[in-house]
Write a protein of this length. Structure first.
Length: 255
């Protein structure tokens, strides 16, 4: 099994373009669960989580009215077993995509052609700490990843410390800190896209966490979650093209 599902209805060419997952219907939804306290999944923070106590366990997000969305994603602080996604069609629960599986901290993602529904639910088969769930309309970047890009999952920010004796002998080692840093630079973007598509989500990324997939076609499991830091910038790189720059920091992910 895999941690990412990409529906066959997503055009092949679109799968090679990076995507930001910012829009979020879950944060204003009513969230319930079969066990445990699900409220933490609505927040951008990852230090707390929904931790069910009986399995299979289901968390449901009720939007109150029909919403359009083309993705559902979750960050798992700890994971085991399988994860299934369904939406309410007005009379019954209907599966979206296939069962996903994960056994290490990181993300699960379902990406599909847009649907409209008033409720979604995720069912996990065994023990998990689900820190964040997001659902909404994804933002496809209109250009590919540039040369020099450093994928966060290939380059985790890990600081190791050693205990050294007075004679220089290594007594032990430990991880002092571990997280991901993602620096994103997209160039040759139409200024109209910056104005019409980017600016609305720029306001939102100050309030919500962000999932990011840099190449769903070739590296579908490379989905990260984090929060944008610093000041995202859009600047002219040529007379009729713009460059978009932003940085994300997030918790430990394991491939």
């Amino acid at each position: 099994m895999t941690s990412t599902y990409i529906d066959s209805g997503i055009a092949t060419a679109d799968r090679f373009l990076p995507r930001l997952f910012v829009a979020d219907e879950v944060r204003s939804a009513t969230v319930t669960a079969t066990s445990g306290t699900p409220a933490p999944v609505k927040n951008l923070t990852t230090y707390s989580a929904w931790t069910p106590s009986a399995f299979p366990a289901t968390v449901t997000a009720d939007f109150g009215s029909s919403k359009s969305f083309d993705y559902v994603a979750a960050y798992l602080k700890s994971a085991s077993g399988n994860y299934d996604l369904e939406y309410w069609n007005g009379s019954a629960w209907v599966a979206i995509g296939t069962t996903l599986s994960r056994t290490t901290p990181g993300c699960i993602l379902w990406l599909f052609p847009s649907k409209s529904a008033a409720k979604i639910r995720i069912t996990c088969s065994s023990a998990s700490d689900v820190a964040v769930i997001k659902c909404g309309a994804s933002t496809q970047i209109p250009v590919g990843i540039p040369v020099g890009y450093e994928p966060a999952l290939f380059n985790p920010n890990e600081k190791l410390g050693n205990a050294i004796s007075v004679t220089g002998q290594i007594l032990g080692t430990q991880v002092e800190s571990q997280r991901i840093d993602e620096t994103l630079n997209f160039d040759l973007i139409d200024p109209d896209w910056i104005n019409n598509t980017y600016m609305p989500i720029r306001l939102l990324i100050r309030e919500v966490g962000v999932f990011f997939a840099w190449n769903p076609a070739d590296f579908s499991s490379h989905v990260i979650y984090g929060a944008v830091v610093g000041d995202p910038k859009a600047s002219y790189s040529q007379v009729d093209c713009m460059r978009l720059q932003l940085k994300m920091e997030g918790p430990k992910h394991v491939l």
